[in-house]
Design a protein around this ligand. Structure first.
Ligand SMILES: Nc1ncnc2c1ncn2[C@@H]1O[C@H](COP(=O)(O)OP(=O)(O)OP(=O)(O)O)[C@@H](O)[C@H]1O
Ligand SMILES: [Mg+2]
Length: 236
């Protein structure tokens, strides 16, 4: 087993006096996808936001390549290579697809053209719409754009917060394919998902969040246990 690329140890966090995370440990291995599953409001987004620095942990350690990042500002963590696609996607609706993508590479030196070609190669729908304003695109296309923009910054770890959220089944399948392709090309990811089927399809390891605590399930590979059993362990 290689060394983990990203580790969190004993992360606690919350908002005001409300504690949401009660000591989360996680390891993300290079080129693997870790799925973070859990019911609504259990702190999945809070945990991702802690990894990306948008939420400051109350305590605990967060290390990328053995560098301590807990408490560092989000822009610094972004520069180190932890890049998040948020639940709200955070696109610029009045700008075009290409302009949004170029912004993703703003922190990288060197030619953007090759990166842009790579993203358009993986997302033909974006290539067809490169000059289109983002607000005219469907939810699924916007989700692809948000992922494409994150890839423009060549992340070491890509954090995806419910990429299938609110999408029609055809788009969910397309997103699953895209995540599968990213994984097979060696992109390291943390994936928050409510869609268990999607998570089972693309993830290497599974962490279930319950009441702000995390439990690893090593038996959760596709087909290894029934979906009902998984749902029961997450929601009941
Ligand atoms: N910015 C915030 N300010 C105050 N409370 C917040 C904030 N963000 C989240 N919370 C609260 O923290 C708890 C965990 O929320 P979080 O968004 O992390 O859950 P989640 O597992 O991502 O849920 P969902 O599946 O609905 O996206 C909830 O009780 C939520 O109301
Ligand atoms: Mg959430």
């Amino acid at each position: 087993m290689p060394e983990p690329l990203l580790t969190a140890r004993g992360i606690t966090a919350g908002y005001g006096s409300q504690q949401v995370l009660f000591g989360i440990d996680l390891d993300v291995y290079p080129s693997q996808t870790l799925a973070l599953l859990g019911a609504n409001g259990t702190g999945k987004s809070t945990m991702l936001n802690t990894l990306s620095g948008f939420v400051r942990p109350w305590s605990g350690s967060l290390r990328l390549d053995n560098e301590e990042l807990a408490g560092k500002p989000a822009h610094r963590i972004f520069r180190r290579g932890i890049v998040q696609v948020s639940q709200g996607r955070d696109l610029f609706p009045d700008m075009t697809v290409e302009e949004n993508l170029r912004l993703g590479a703003a922190i990288r030196r060197g030619p953007v053209g090759q990166l842009l070609d790579n993203v358009f190669g993986s997302f033909p729908r974006l290539a067809e719409r490169r000059a289109q304003q983002v607000r005219l695109m469907s939810g699924g296309e916007q989700q692809m754009l948000a992922i494409g923009r994150a890839l423009m910054s060549q992340p070491k770890v890509l954090l995806l917060d419910e990429p299938s959220g609110g999408l029609a089944p055809a788009f969910v399948r397309e997103i699953a394919t895209i995540i599968g392709v990213l994984r097979s090309t060696g992109v390291t990811m943390v994936l928050v998902e409510q869609n268990i089927k999607l998570a089972l399809k693309v993830a290497d390891r599974f962490l279930i969040l319950r009441d702000g605590r995390a439990f690893e399930r090593s038996d959760m590979r596709e087909g290894a246990i029934s979906e009902e059993e998984i749902v029961r362990s997450i929601y009941l």
